[in-house]
Ligand binder design. Structure first.
Ligand SMILES: [Mg+2]
Length: 189
C-alpha cells in the first residue's frame, strides 16, 4: 500500500526531467497537472518558457494533455492558450479523470506508454500509480499560493512521508527526500 505513494522518479521541475529516457522507455503520452506543476496558483497563462518546452516535447514525439483537479475556468483557458487537450475536475487520485483523459487522446495508448507529472503525492503520484502509469513528482513551484484543499493535502502528505521514511527508507531517500527539502545526514561523521 505505501508503495503507491512513491513516484517512479522525482525531478526538481518539469524542465529537469530526462525526456530522452522516457522516450526510450516507450513513453509517448504525458498527462500534466496544472497548478504548481506548470504554473503557480496565482498565474493564469502559459509562459514563453512553457511554450518552448511544449514545442520541444511535441517535436520529440510526445503528446501532452492537462489533467487537473481544478474546476475553475482557468483550466480551460490555460489549455486553450497552450493548445493542448484537457480534463478538468479530474478528481485525482481517483481513476475517473485519467480514464476520461485516456478517451481523449489522439490515439490509443497502452498504460506503459503514459506518464503523469505533478507536484502532489496525495493526488498526482497516488492517482498515477493506481493507474499503473509512470509517475513523476516535481517540486511545487510556489507553495505560498496554494489553496485550502491543497494545504490540507500537504498535511496528509506529511503523515504519509513520515511512514515512508520509516518503512520505505531507501526509496524515500532516492525519490522523496529532495522533494521534502530535507538534507541527507551522514551517519558516520
Ligand atoms: Mg498541483
Amino acid at each position: 500500500m505505501l508503495k503507491k505513494f512513491i513516484p517512479t522518479y522525482h525531478a526538481k521541475s518539469i524542465y529537469t526531467i530526462d525526456y530522452e529516457k522516457l522516450y526510450s522507455d516507450g513513453i509517448r503520452m504525458i498527462f500534466l497537472d496544472l497548478d504548481n506543476t506548470l504554473i503557480t496558483y496565482a498565474m493564469t497563462e502559459p509562459t514563453d518558457k512553457l511554450f518552448l518546452w511544449k514545442k520541444e516535447l511535441e517535436e520529440k514525439g510526445f503528446e501532452l494533455m492537462l489533467v487537473s483537479n481544478s474546476k475553475k475556468y482557468r483550466v480551460v483557458k490555460f489549455a486553450d492558450l497552450f493548445g493542448i487537450n484537457y480534463v478538468q475536475f479530474a478528481k485525482k487520485p481517483l481513476k475517473v479523470g485519467f480514464k476520461k483523459a485516456m478517451e481523449k487522446t489522439s490515439k490509443m495508448y497502452k498504460i506503459t506508454e503514459i506518464v503523469e507529472i505533478g507536484d502532489q503525492i496525495m493526488t498526482d503520484v497516488l492517482g498515477a500509480n493506481r493507474m499503473n502509469f509512470t509517475s513523476i513528482l516535481v517540486d511545487p513551484i510556489d507553495k505560498k499560493t496554494e489553496f485550502f484543499v491543497t494545504k490540507l493535502n500537504r498535511v496528509y502528505e506529511g503523515i504519509v512521508c513520515f511512514f515512508l521514511k520509516i518503512f520505505k527508507k531507501s526509496l524515500y531517500k532516492e525519490r522523496i527526500l529532495g522533494y521534502r527539502g530535507e538534507v541527507e545526514c551522514k551517519e558516520d561523521v
